[in-house]
Ligand binder design. Structure first.
Ligand code: LUZ
Ligand code: MOS
Length: 744
């Protein structure tokens, strides 16, 4: 039976609302009676002792001021509860909350900020990975994945290459900043509206810090105006501050960060500094690799250990490495705790590997695509990852072949060479990179979901799951699945706002797995409902859906059902660094061509072609949007988004004027995205997760810049930081010019 809705371009359920402005975000919820504004005083120092906090007796319009003393507990954290919500004796990053302010007006908030006196004694901060390594300031232990004997294989390798690869952080730049509205109920109960990917964690943290039962706290999430991982763990802070105010004042309390504050105080994508050593044959076959990953975790653990785990399980990317040693260490610095960001360590791992590939190609003076093909995971052999998961249903070789033909790689590579031979003012680069992205949370217990499906007397249907809508279209996909499973018109199915009241103990909508996990859970509920209704139908063969539902009700057949799903087959063991952490892999290749001005370093992306294996899309239009949007967000990470701090750790690039996300002019002049037609046998309706993987396709742009530099480095293997900003490119070009490697 072919599906009526799944696999079709059903419009995003918020498309009209987003365009008309009817979509409601936290700050659009109409003001409530006696509502208070919540804000906070944060640490102006990256590292300081708090010597005293003096709160004013009275400030006009200020209703309450709270410190750590007003919390029942003061520690939170998604993996290790090591972070205080409100600093007490020491502050460890700029932006760390110290005093919560509740006031009637914005003016009163500002007056309170001026009236609160906090005495600090500045301490020396650690602000870089290098300084953290020197001070041995780490979060948790160094972890490893090992296969074969990397040392021995390196010792006997024909060629050995080593280096350090730096890649930078990234601000999430969601359009809706962190926000929450908390409404007090009876006897300590709280209703929380939160812009969060993880309503259950917001519920849990509020309950714990305020001394409530989780059952007293209901967290609702209608939608987010973007999240990208930034609201996976860090939506808890604003929501808990507002909850504290609501509980104590018995008045509704709303907190909405302004953009600059949000950028100052929240964590970002982890910068990584990676040391690598790789051995390979003259033919370009990799025989061994040793990498040491160091991430900047910021001041507290947050999700850093899991991010590191994903970096480590993506260190080899699409390539078979017979002897591998992968070490990962999270550095503790005095920056806001870095956190989940689309890709979650995957981009940092994959970029490191793709950089290595470019360097092998440069060393051997070969085409990097040849190196990639030689080392690409095989179909039946050479298909085991360093952590011993077998890469099943491997479409990477096919993707390389098809994209090479589709984008006319050979001829264009020749043209790039010809151009670079003749131009004295510009250089071009061309590169095709790949991605193999593991799907499943790398923490096993998170891979579960539940759903609630209710059929009403008129035949209309409500479905609730733990999935949160952040623009990615998960609600639309779940609606399609439910309509098909129940065999009802799409218009009869409503996806309800996410609520901990309907779905308990949910996981974050993250790891690209929102539609996978919650789609399966919703289908599970629908299958049982449909079975019961099919049974009723045998007695009323002519009844249409509304009549059938009514008949079932009259016969006292239950018309509500709860569904559940737990991802099968996955398992992971950190002590051995081995297991089967991922149910499957989303794969892709991308080819990008760039043009660089040799005098200014200005970068232009001439063309990018993306070809992926995303299975059978649940909704091709929405998935196309994810491919395009993910690539562009990745383009920002690899070329323009540069986080700059003062030597005291103050973020300088804290607004769109100083922090450059891509705009329409930065897009490739020629930009195509497509996917191959294959079914994923292990996931819902043959689909694959699509949220994060396309971001990593933009690494092809960075590789193309690196490739271009080969033409001016006079045989040297060019070095390049990520992001390859115009400034970074110009510095590399200038270096070659100064050393006389190349004449301009
Ligand atoms: N969150 C998490 C994630 O807790 N574990 C993961 O593996 C993950 N992957 C991507 C994004 N968020
Ligand atoms: Mo995420 S990086 O919240 O999937």
């Amino acid at each position: 039976m072919s599906a009526k809705y799944v696999g079709h371009d059903v419009p995003h359920d918020s498309a009209r609302g987003h365009v008309s402005g009817e979509s409601i975000y936290i700050d659009d919820i109409p003001p409530m009676h006696r509502e208070l504004i919540v804000d906070f005083v944060w640490s102006p120092y990256a590292h300081a002792k708090i010597k005293s906090i003096a709160l004013p007796e009275h400030v006009d319009g200020v209703v309450a001021l709270y410190t750590h003393r007003d919390l029942v507990h003061n520690e939170l954290g998604p993996i290790i509860a090591d972070e205080p919500l409100l600093a007490s004796d020491v502050c460890t990053f700029i932006g760390q909350p110290i005093v919560v302010i509740a006031a009637e007006t914005r003016e009163a908030i500002n007056a309170a900020k001026r009236a609160i006196r906090i005495e600090y004694e500045e301490l020396t901060p650690i602000l870089t990975i290098e300084d953290a390594i020197a001070a041995r300031s780490f979060i948790g232990e160094t972890r490893f994945i090992r296969r074969g004997d990397a040392d021995a294989a390196l010792a006997s390798a024909e060629h050995v290459l080593e280096g350090v690869f730096d890649n930078g952080g990234q601000d999430h730049f969601y359009l809706e900043s962190q926000a929450a509205l908390v409404v007090p109920g009876e006897h300590g109960a709280l209703t929380v509206h939160s812009s969060t990917q993880h309503p259950t964690e917001v519920q849990e943290v509020i309950a714990h810090l305020l001394g409530l039962d989780m059952s007293q706290v209901v967290v609702n999430t209608k939608r987010m105006g973007g999240a990208f991982g930034g609201k996976e763990a860090q939506a808890t802070h604003p929501a808990t501050m507002a909850a504290l105010v609501a509980l104590r004042t018995k008045r509704p309390a709303r907190i909405v960060y302004d953009k600059d504050s949000d950028m100052h105080v929240t964590g970002k994508r982890h910068p990584f500094r990676n040391r690598y050593k790789v051995g390979f044959t003259s033919a370009g076959e990799i025989v061994a690799m040793k990498v040491e990953f160091y991430s900047d975790g910021g001041a507290y653990a947050d999700l850093s250990p899991a991010v590191m785990a994903r970096a480590m399980t993506h260190a080899e990317n699409a390539y078979f490495i017979p002897n591998a040693e992968i070490l990962g260490t999270v550095c503790r610095t005095n920056l806001p705790p870095n956190t989940a960001f689309r890709g979650f360590g995957g981009p940092q791992g994959v970029a490191t590997m793709e950089n290595i590939i470019e360097e092998i190609a440069a060393t051997l003076n070969r085409d990097a695509l040849e190196i990639r093909r030689i080392n690409c995971y095989g179909i039946d052999t050479r298909n085991t990852t360093p952590y011993l998961e077998v890469v099943e249903n491997n479409t990477l070789p096919r993707l390389f072949t098809e994209l090479e033909q589709r984008c006319d790689y050979r001829a264009r590579m020749d043209a790039v060479h010809a151009f670079n031979d003749s131009s004295r003012t510009q250089i071009k680069g061309l590169s095709m990179s790949a991605v193999k992205f593991g799907i499943s949370f790398n923490t096993k217990f998170l891979n579960q979901a539940n759903a609630l499906v209710n059929i009403y007397l008129d035949g209309s249907v409500q479905v609730s799951t733990g999935a949160t809508e952040m623009g990615q279209g998960v609600n639309t996909k779940i609606r399609q699945i439910v309509a098909d499973e129940l065999r009802v018109p799409l218009a009869r199915v409503q996806v309800m706002q996410t609520s901990t009241e309907k779905n308990n103990n949910t996981s974050a909508t993250a790891a690209s797995s929102g539609a996978d996990l919650n789609g399966f859970a919703a289908r599970d509920a629908c299958m049982r409902l449909r079975q019961r209704l099919d049974d009723v139908q045998t007695r009323y063969p002519d009844f249409d859906w509304p009549k059938l539902v009514k008949a079932a009700y009259m016969e006292r057949v239950p018309l509500g059902e709860r569904g559940f799903y737990a991802t099968p087959r996955i398992d992971w063991d950190w002590t051995s660094g081995q297991g089967h952490p991922f149910l499957y892999f989303t794969m892709g290749t991308a080819c990008s061509e760039v043009l660089i001005d040799r005098f200014t370093g200005e970068l232009k992306v001439l063309r990018s072609d993306v070809l992926m294996d995303i299975g059978k899309p649940l909704n091709p239009g929405i998935d196309r949007g994810q491919l395009v949007g993910g690539f562009i967000q990745g383009l920002g990470w690899v070329t323009t988004e540069d986080l700059r701090y003062t030597d005291k750790g103050v973020l300088l690039s804290h607004s769109p004027t100083t922090y450059k996300i891509p705009n329409v002019n930065d897009l490739p002049e020629h930009f195509s995205v497509d996917w191959i037609d294959v079914e994923n046998p292990v996931n819902i309706k043959g689909s694959k997760a699509v949220g994060e993987p396309p971001l990593l396709m933009a690494i092809s742009v960075w590789c193309a810049v690196k490739h271009a530099l080969r033409f001016v480095s006079n045989g040297e293997v060019p070095k390049l930081r990520l992001p390859a900003t115009n400034e970074e490119i110009l510095m590399r070009l200038t270096e070659y010019t100064k050393r006389g490697v190349v004449a301009v």
